[in-house]
Each structure stands twice: as C-alpha cells, then as structure tokens.
Design a protein around this ligand. Structure first.
Ligand code: CP3
Length: 400
C-alpha cells in the first residue's frame, strides 16, 4: 500500500459536474443533490455485519474499514455525497484522552474534564496521530466517481466539550453551563484547546482531499443566543477561518439541532451552507439568516415597500459582534430539512414532505433568497429506518 503522511497535501479534486458542488456554486445542478446525516452505519445491514467484532472507535482508526463503511450508503442509495465515517470524539481519542463510544448511548469519558486542573492537563494533538484518518480519506476518494463528493467533518468545540465535561450524553448540559458561567476563564481555555484539536482534525481530512467539510454543533440549540455568541461563536468562527485559509473555496457547512433561534448567529460564524433542522420551515430559516447577514430578505412576493430597514432588528450589531461573514443576504445555501421520523412513515407521507420541501426551496432560489439547496434530513437517519425507505426517498428526490 502507498505510504502517505498527514502532511502529504494531496491536491483537491476538480469536480465541475458534481450536483452537490453545482448547488453550492449557485449553478443549476444536473440533478437535485441529496445526502443524509448518519447515512453511514446504523440502518444498514452491511454496516452491522462489518462492525460485528470491532468497537466503534477502533473502526475509525482502521482505514480500509472506515473507507468501506463510508462508501456503503453511496453504493446502496445513490446519494450525491459520502459523509466520512468517523466521529466527533476521534480527535480526543487520537490525543490519548480515555474515551469510548457505548452502543445505543454515545461517547463516554471515564474521567470528566470539568475543572481547571483537568483542562490544563489536556494533551496536545499532532497531525501524525491522525495518520489513519488521512489514509481512510484517501482510500474513500478512490471509491468515488467525479459526481460524488466526500464531506469531511468535525464536531464544534461546544458539542465536543459537553461530552468531556458531562462524562457522557446529557439532556440538560447542566455541568457544561455551570463551567461556562461559573468559571469563564477555564471555559475559554477548554474551548481554545478543543479548537486546536478540531482544526488539526479538519486539516488532516483537507490535506487528504475531502471535497467539503461540515462542522456539527449538534447541541448548540441548548444555549440562548446571548450565551452562544459569548462562549461559542468565536471558536466556530476561528475554525471556519482556518479552513478557508487552508483550502480557499472549500465548501463549509454548519449544522446544529433545535437551532431555530441561533440560525442567524451561526451563519455569522462564516459557513457557506447552513444546515436546518426539521422544526424550522426553510423560508423562515432563509429569512432569519438573511436578516443576520445584514439586510432584509429581497422578495418581490413579500412587502411592496420598506426595503431599507436594515438594522431595525439589531442585525447590524450582530455583524459587528461576530465579525463579518464572507456572505451577503441571499448568498447562503441551505441544507435539510426533512423530518427523520417521516422517512419511515410510508411513501405517501415522505413524498408529500419532499414535494413541500423542494417547492419551498425552489421558490427561495428563484426569488434570490438563497443561492442553492442540498436535500438532507433535519438530523440523522434514525437507527431503525429501513434501508429500502432511504433508497426510495433518494430516488423520489432525484425525480422531482
Ligand atoms: O453517517 C454518518 O453521519 C457518518 C459518520 C458519523 C458518525 N458520527 C458515526 C457514528 C458522524 C458524522 C458522526 C457525528 C457525531 N457523533 C455527532 C454529530 C452529528 C449528530 O448526529 O448530531 C455526534 C453528536 C456524535 C456523538 C455520537 N457518536 C453519538 C450521539 C452516537 C450515537 C450513539 C448511539 O448508538 O445511538 C455516536 C456513535 C456513532 N457515531 C455511531 C456511528 C455510526 C453508532 C455506533 C454503532 O454503530 O454502535
């Protein structure tokens, strides 16, 4: 096998005909692009067979296995993007922090990192410690055509921090918020360390050749907007800036669950594509994001007058607070937002949902409110979703 190092800096693929990238560039895609969060793993019998005797985090460090699992849903469902098979806690594991993923539960840390001493004792992470990740990305790219993209990813510092501080999944984020508000200095120190890990993790994937990246701040929706901006947004912004510096033009996606109230602030951290969960209608999502990006939404369908009320809702100060995004109103691409539960509700219902979604986003594109749309779920595929239902939904999306 070819020996590669995380520094070998493979050049990026040039993919003029990939529908996923066409949509992001604001071109008419050759077909409607779709992929699903959590498409790799869980719902696929061929995944369960491969993983039968390998622990989740061990599988992430086996390049052939990780590449094969990444490719399985692309082969089976004919989706337009592969999401790299890994996990948001992989950089922690690579740095040597004792962490495990418990089936049906999620990431678990034996010794939670919840005070200054533990935060100061966190190790550093060098790209060489992620060599298997580099290799897995290279192997995956070998298995994709030039119309299929590979999305690399990382968890955002807040979401990763919540597992470290709580010691496992939480429904309240109580300890995380206690540290954030009770000892802000330690909080910022932890965010600093995690931001460095995450940038290293993303750069390894970028150097290995991924075609786009997604930053998952899955649990950011637990925070009010004010706390999000003070304690979280600056770090996500730094990560997006580091990606832009490492790979100019590489598409950057941002996503979190229950982030209806945060969509504007999240968009200001600098992504090109905003993932939207199923609770928010896409038209409302576009409006909130465009308001935050500095102007009212241009829409000939809405009010006939009142086009110069910029800043009335505080959007101008949003931009000042967070620094400017590269994007103007109308420039953002949306990703989402079918309800994952409805994927299993039968063909009539999911087809109706798909039709509503694409009618809404086609209209938003036609009226200049968004640049493009990538179909996805509002969160991940639920584990008991039947593979056949996913394949069928993809075919419907490609046909409407
Ligand atoms: O298909 C994909 O999305 C590709 C790979 C991927 C995994 N995790 C594999 C995985 C991605 C992108 C992630 C990201 C991830 N991991 C997030 C952010 C995305 C989101 O869903 O909000 C989060 C919060 C995690 C942490 C994590 N890891 C959770 C909550 C779980 C689920 C626990 C469970 O079993 O319900 C994991 C485990 C995990 N990550 C699995 C997979 C395929 C299941 C492992 C198994 O098969 O036992």
């Amino acid at each position: 096998m070819t020996v590669t190092t995380p520094h070998s800096g493979a050049s990026r693929r040039n993919l003029p005909h990939a529908p996923f990238l066409q949509a992001i560039r604001g071109e008419q895609p050759s077909r409607r692009p779709v992929w699903f969060m959590r498409q790799a793993g869980r719902s696929l019998p061929e995944y369960r067979a491969l993983r039968a005797n390998v622990a989740m985090l061990d599988s992430c460090f086996q390049p052939e296995l990780a590449a094969e699992i990444t490719l399985q849903p692309v082969r089976r469902h004919d989706v337009d993007a592969a999401i790299f098979f890994s996990d948001i806690v992989v950089p922690l594991k690579a740095a040597g922090i004792p962490i495990d993923i418990v089936p049906g539960r999620g990431p678990v840390v034996d010794m939670p990192v919840a005070d200054r001493a533990a935060i100061d004792a966190l190790p550093s992470l060098a790209p060489e410690q992620l060599a298997p990740i580099h290799e897995a990305v290279r192997l995956t790219l070998d298995g994709l055509t030039d119309t299929q993209v590979l999305i690399g990813f990382a968890g955002a510092p807040f979401t990763v921090a919540s597992y470290l501080i709580e010691g496992g999944p939480t429904k309240t984020h109580q300890r995380t918020k206690a540290l954030m508000h009770g000892d802000p200095e330690s909080w910022h120190s932890l965010m600093r360390t995690l931001t460095d890990y995450i940038i290293t993790f993303l750069k390894v994937q970028i150097n290995a050749g991924v075609d786009a990246i997604q930053l998952f701040d899955s649990w950011a929706g637990f925070l009010p907007d004010r706390d999000y901006r003070t304690f979280v947004a600056p770090y996500s912004q730094e990560i997006f800036a580091a990606v832009a510096a490492a790979a100019p033009g590489l598409p950057r996606i941002h996503f979190g669950v229950t982030t209806g109230e945060l969509l504007g602030s999240m968009a200001l951290t600098g992504p090109d594509v905003m993932g939207v969960d199923w609770r928010v209608d896409m038209a409302a999502a576009a409006q909130r994001i465009n308001a935050a990006l500095g102007e009212e939404v241009h829409s000939s369908l809405r009010q006939a007058a009142g086009t110069d009320s910029v800043g009335a809702d505080g959007s101008a100060s949003d931009a000042a607070l967070l620094g400017s995004s590269a994007h103007q109103p109308g420039d953002i691409v949306l990703q989402g937002n079918l309800d994952p539960a409805l994927l299993a509700a039968g063909p009539t219902i999911i087809d109706r949902e798909i039709n509503h979604l694409v009618r809404t986003t086609d209209e938003l594109i036609a009226t200049g409110q968004i640049r493009g749309h990538i179909v996805n779920l509002g969160h991940g595929v639920l584990p008991d979703t039947r593979a056949e239902d996913i394949t069928r939904a993809v075919a419907t999306i490609h046909s409407v």
